[in-house]
Design a protein around this ligand. Structure first.
Ligand SMILES: NC(=O)c1ccc[n+]([C@@H]2O[C@H](COP(=O)([O-])OP(=O)(O)OC[C@H]3O[C@@H](n4cnc5c(N)ncnc54)[C@H](O)[C@@H]3O)[C@@H](O)[C@H]2O)c1
Length: 291
């Protein structure tokens, strides 16, 4: 097994941080990599020398991402069409990535969906689908990575949650709950395995300029008010800027990535006075949803 990072996990080693910054030849898997934040993460770590397995259920866009990375460096990227909303899909992805490039050093559980709204208009199938993709996919991937990682004494798990996982998503119970659960799972991973060489980082952005925030097709019936709240709450960042922040955070081996500084302020206000914070959120909701 190719596990050169295993010698780099002794925090007492003065070269520890310097060595772990070397992503040259390291196998990196990114889900939801056909576009948006996932594609940007794949490009950022590929630029740092990683071999990248890009995964998505959108085959056409995914193949074009892999082809463009292979044009930069031959045989450095591999596309796996997978539905990560099932355990079988995660197993198939992990097996394909290992068969292609060997030991998986970094895994980005990034794919996500923003569907479902209020209790009255969100059916069981939507709840299950959102929880499977936004939350359970993280634990399914981790479940099938952890054996190798514990044996090697190393491995990096980075999940994309959301600022909605720290605060809330006005107008969407499914998104709020699934992203809070994603943050909780990442924290649990760090607490449980952090002292055994497994590093965990959790990305919690607010607005990012992707298809999720700006769905293509103006009249497709999608309720865009949730996105409008996000846009009204702060800056909308480009995916490549977010990927840069994630890269720097992983080099530092820090847990939380909050590319929007205001999220930190909102979180502090929430913890300081929850009732006041909830009243403010209700006010914002009324502005958006009641005109
Ligand atoms: N854009 C934002 O403002 C924002 C803010 C906070 C968090 N996020 C999170 O960032 C992550 C990436 O989203 P994005 O903004 O790049 O949106 P995006 O829609 O551009 O990317 C999501 C990708 O995930 C893929 N995907 C969805 N379900 C899948 C499945 N079952 N199997 C395989 N692939 C699947 C989609 O095909 C798509 O390519 C998501 O987890 C999202 O919740 C986004």
């Amino acid at each position: 097994m190719d596990t050169p990072l295993s010698r780099m996990n002794d925090p007492g080693d003065p070269c520890h941080k310097v060595r772990i910054m070397n992503f040259e030849g390291k196998t990196t898997v990114v889900t939801g990599a056909a576009g948006g934040i996932g594609e940007a993460l794949a490009r950022r770590f590929h630029a740092a020398g990683a071999r990248v397995v890009v995964a998505d259920r959108d085959a056409a866009r995914l193949e074009s991402v892999a082809a463009s990375l292979n044009a930069i460096r031959p045989d450095s990227a591999f596309a796996v069409v997978a539905d990560i909303g099932t355990e079988a899909g995660n197993i198939a992805l992990i097996d394909a990535a290992r068969n292609k490039f060997g030991f998986i050093h970094l895994f980005f559980a990034n794919a996500g969906v923003a569907q479902g709204q209020f209790l009255e208009n969100t059916d069981e199938d939507t709840w299950n689908m959102v929880m499977n993709i936004n939350t359970h996919s993280h634990r399914w991937a981790a479940k099938h990575l952890i054996g190798d990682w514990l044996a090697a004494g190393e491995g990096y798990f980075c999940s994309t949650a959301s600022a909605a996982g720290l605060l809330s998503q006005i107008g969407s119970a499914t998104y709020s709950v699934s992203k809070h659960a994603a943050v909780a799972f990442a924290e649990w991973m760090s607490i449980t395995y952090g002292d055994r060489g497994v590093r965990v980082t959790c990305l919690c952005p607010q607005g990012v300029n992707t298809n999720m925030l700006n769905p293509p097709g103006a009249d497709d019936g999608i309720d865009k008010r949730g996105g409008d709240v996000v846009k009204a709450s702060g800056a909308v960042l480009e995916p490549s800027d977010v990927a840069d922040v994630v890269y720097n955070t992983i080099v530092e081996e820090k847990f939380l990535v909050m590319p929007h500084a205001e999220v930190h302020t909102f979180e502090q206000r929430k913890v300081a006075d929850r009732d006041r914070w909830l009243a403010g959120m209700r006010k914002l909701q009324n502005r958006i949803f009641n005109g």
